[in-house]
Design a protein around this ligand. Structure first.
Ligand code: 5BU
Length: 480
């Protein structure tokens, strides 16, 4: 997701909390169930700037999904003004669903003008099970409109998408409840207890009633030190990496994307003293060999005390990934400690790799990418987090920010450069401070910022110092 739209989403979440459209506590839902979180988005209508932002985000979601439409409609009442503002701002025709038929005149349930069979895009404020969307879809269909897509401002992630999909309606969401929790946690607007309570409620695990009245807190969350994280972590690779980071005072990873062994080995030998991790892409090399490259890297890892991660991004079905990982051409298990892996194929990939990855090594799941317009939506990230939770050999995430409250895994962030904002091929860069302090990630991954610089060692030291200072600054924030 582009940084700009990510910033707008974060701003919206904070605004919603401020205007009491999102509340934490104990609330009885229509179903009679007690919920620790409540959304009342009706209030948005009184805040024109927020309403405008909501309209922009709904419309930009429709655009980015390439949804074709003839008109739009808001599920009454809350989403009615959303649709109205989109209609006016972006010049899209709108139809309006009546809640009650007039008892005189035309008795129409839908107002406006359309041709039979026109595609109508529906907007909704919050979706839980999707029942109000379905009710409106029925009325629109009876009036001769087609509804294939719905965009919801906030998805409570309680089965709505699946229910609607089973009725042929695709649901897209601007925000998921998990995203709301992550952002509010990262901005210290709620504490871990509350975030866990809401997650427990959404996952169907029994809430602890003593926490039902946990108030919103403004207390600043204390960032844990590497040594504290090491004690919490159970995986050997996490413990080892954290120990290296603490001992060498570095949270810098070198992305050694060079294409010949000589250049790669020279760079790694020079920069090795300053990094905790070296990341490789063996398939970009013209002369990779197991003993000429792999084993020499392993020697350097020992000499300079760093770990090695092959950024292979396994993404196929389990069986193929197993064959790729064990291929004797690369013999990855002999020299790399970590391998990256996508979640796109589901849990099967990580499951298969757990059969072949040796003890003490692990997988790092790609939850989020740095490239412009990448497809890692909130729902996708949540699914990847679930896979990470289910497999012990997942030791960390490649992500653009600390994506969960878990302290027993590592968060590693590529797309870091001090001098540039991006490249011409979609890469997007942030500064070490942005990544470590604001996004609360653990490790910055830097490639061209180091190996393309005139003095790679001096650059590595600069990245190391800035990134490590950002960490020490964030563990010493005084509590309020
Ligand atoms: P750069 O030269 O600092 O832009 O290199 C970044 C490296 O991180 C490069 O090896 C990418 O393949 C890798 N990367 C990334 O840039 N963004 C991502 O989201 C992921 C990996 Br996943």
């Amino acid at each position: 997701m582009a940084a700009e739209s990510e910033d707008r989403l974060e701003a919206l979440i904070e605004d919603l909390l401020r205007i009491n459209a999102i509340k934490f506590g104990s609330f009885k839902l229509k179903s009679g169930v007690d919920s620790p979180i409540y959304f009342d988005l009706r209030v948005i209508v009184s805040y024109p700037k927020i309403l405008g932002l909501v309209a922009d985000l709904l419309w930009s979601r429709a655009q980015s999904e390439g949804i074709s439409l003839d008109c739009i409609c808001g599920v009454p009442y809350t989403a009615l003004p959303f649709a109205t503002v989109v209609s006016v701002k972006y010049g899209v025709p709108m139809v309006m669903r009546r809640k009650e038929a007039k008892d005189y005149g035309t008795k129409r349930m839908v107002e406006g003008s359309w041709l039979p069979g026109s595609d109508c895009l529906l907007f909704e404020d919050v979706v839980t099970t999707g029942s109000s969307v379905l009710e409106t879809v029925e009325v629109l269909k009876t009036a001769g409109l087609e509804v294939k897509n719905t965009i919801v401002l906030l998805n409570r992630e309680q089965g709505g998408s699946e229910n609607l999909a089973s009725r042929g309606i695709q649901l897209y969401s601007v925000l998921s409840v998990y995203k709301v929790l992550d952002v509010l946690l990262s901005k210290n607007k709620i504490d871990l207890n509350m975030a866990e309570r809401v997650r427990g409620f959404l996952n169907g695990t029994t809430p602890d009633s003593s926490l039902l009245t946990t108030p919103i807190t403004t207390k600043i969350k204390k960032r844990l030190r590497y040594s504290e994280r090491r004690d919490i972590a159970s995986h050997k690779a996490v413990k080892r990496l954290l120990s290296i980071m603490e001992k060498k005072k570095t949270n810098l990873a070198l992305s050694a994307d060079l294409t010949t062994t000589d250049k790669l080995i020279k760079l790694v030998d020079e920069v090795g003293p300053h990094v905790c991790l070296v990341k490789t892409h063996v398939d970009i090399m013209s002369d990779f060999s197991y003993d000429g490259t792999g084993l020499r890297l392993k020697e350097l890892a020992k000499k300079h005390n760093f770990m090695i991660m092959e950024d292979r991004k396994f993404s196929d079905i389990g069986n193929t990934c197993k064959l790729q990982y064990t291929s004797p051409l690369y013999s990855l298990s002999d020299w790399s400690d970590l391998v990256t892996c996508h979640g796109i194929a589901g849990p099967g990939t990580v499951n298969a790799l757990s059969d072949v990855i040796p003890e003490g090594s692990g997988c790092v799941l790609v939850a989020e990418m740095s490239s412009r317009a990448c497809l890692t939506s909130s729902e996708y990230k949540e699914s990847v987090l679930r896979i990470a939770r289910d497999f012990d050999n997942v030791i960390g995430l490649i992500c653009q920010r600390k994506l969960s409250e878990r302290e027993d895994i590592l968060y590693m962030t590529p797309g870091v450069n001090i001098d540039k904002e991006g490249d011409r091929l979609g890469q997007q860069y942030h500064s070490p401070e942005e990544v470590i302090i604001r996004k609360e990630s653990d490790i910055i991954i830097v490639g061209r910022g180091i190996y393309e610089s005139a003095d790679p060692v001096a650059s590595a030291i600069q990245y190391k110092n800035r990134s490590y200072s950002a960490y020490t600054e964030s563990i010493t924030i005084p509590e309020h």
